[in-house]
Design a protein around this ligand. Structure first.
Ligand code: GTR
Length: 350
């Protein structure tokens, strides 16, 4: 099955990563508790491993599929470290919006987060590629790419931005939703649409004849309510859990993006850990993926059913051709920057 293949590959990638190992010695972080003296005080007492208590910031509510993935990750880390490494998940943007959290992670003030690669694009240019429209045909195509060598390389390339990706989580597909009915590409023209803050998103809106209004996720509900924006775009789970469906009742399934979610750790934290603890974190992250996808698929269907029951109008797009055609210039604009990754994405198409 698809996910078993993924796990096997993950294990192979893992061993490569650790053989290549550029691992710093275990240091004493602010949140590291000092190893206790052995009870017998004997010189030959076995080496005491450090204990840690870390925080993981998540923007979504406790029952959202990415939050469930984070919790599974924390649970696996707890098990594998025999209780030495505790990770507390803070859902519902308690530690700040994604942009603020990423800044804290870069400083090492927050150790872990799960964010959209759309938000990461504002910090690391390589991540802009994931905001390009229609680069993945399907969930399977996306995972074929993410589980491969280039996907894994992109996770570690976050190091240049003081973070390290541990795993991807499923993001579903993003589509538009608006206050006024939008039944076609034509209807989108002139509409003010909230996007995650990055240049690729701005270019996409321009190519579609709409205007981009970047703002934090947590502000979208009231911006829709007060008419500061005409619409936004997201997957069914976010459209539902954010309650945006209550104020923007028209959802058009144009599926313009699949923007992978990323579970990541601050480099400041990572570089203080022993090789053994790094391995525990990486393995736990990779093992939490299959669970997250399972939760995703379930919640995606449930949230779709719930918004329909609540009165949202869903417009299916029978021909994506004109939409794909309209945003082609955006892909062409970025091809010189992302050519190699785009080729790997094409190669992952089956
Ligand atoms: C969601 C994503 C969040 C956040 C949000 C947004 O799909 O899971 O991390 O990026 O979109 O639109 O800001």
């Amino acid at each position: 099955m698809q996910m078993n293949k993924y796990l096997k590959l993950a294990t192979t990638v893992l061993s490569t990563v650790f053989i290549a190992g550029t691992l710093a010695a275990c240091g004493s972080g602010g949140n590291q508790e000092a190893p206790k003296e052995p009870a017998n005080g004997g010189a030959a007492a076995e080496e005491k491993k450090p204990t840690y208590s870390f925080r993981l910031a998540e923007t979504h509510p406790p029952d959202y599929p990415t939050t469930l993935g984070d919790k599974k990750f924390a649970e696996l880390v707890d098990q594998k470290s025999e209780g030495r490494i505790k990770i507390d998940v803070f859902p519902s943007a308690q530690l700040g919006d994604e942009k603020a959290v990423i800044e804290q992670v870069q400083l090492g003030a927050i150790e872990f987060t799960r964010v959209s690669s759309g938000a990461l694009a504002g910090f690391n240019k390589d991540y802009g590629v994931f905001s390009l429209p229609y680069i993945f045909d399907s969930q399977d195509h996306m995972w074929n790419f993410l589980k491969g060598e280039t996907g894994e390389k992109l996770l570690t390339s976050l190091e240049s931005s003081k973070m390290r990706g541990l795993a991807y989580y499923d993001p579903g597909a993003r589509s538009f939703y608006t206050k006024e009915p939008v039944k076609s590409l034509e209807d989108l023209k002139g509409k003010k649409i909230r996007v995650i803050q990055n240049q690729v998103n701005v270019d996409i809106m321009e190519a579609l004849g709409a205007s981009a209004t970047p703002m934090p996720y947590g502000e979208v509900f009231s911006a829709l309510q007060t008419g500061v924006i005409d619409g936004a775009e997201n997957n069914y789970p976010s459209y539902y859990s954010s309650k945006h469906y209550e104020v923007a009742k028209n959802y058009i399934v144009d599926t313009h993006q699949r923007v992978p979610e990323v579970l990541l750790i601050s480099t400041a934290t990572w570089s203080k850990l022993s090789e053994e603890d790094q391995k525990i974190l990486k393995e736990a992250a990779m093992e939490s993926v299959a669970y997250q996808i399972e939760q995703w698929n379930k919640y995606e269907q449930e949230s779709k059913d719930k918004v329909i029951a609540a009165g949202s109008t869903i417009t299916e797009v029978s021909d994506l051709g004109p939409w794909q055609e309209a945003v082609k210039p955006v892909i062409e604009k970025y091809r010189p920057d992302f050519g190699e990754v785009l080729d790997a994405i094409d190669a992952a198409r089956k």
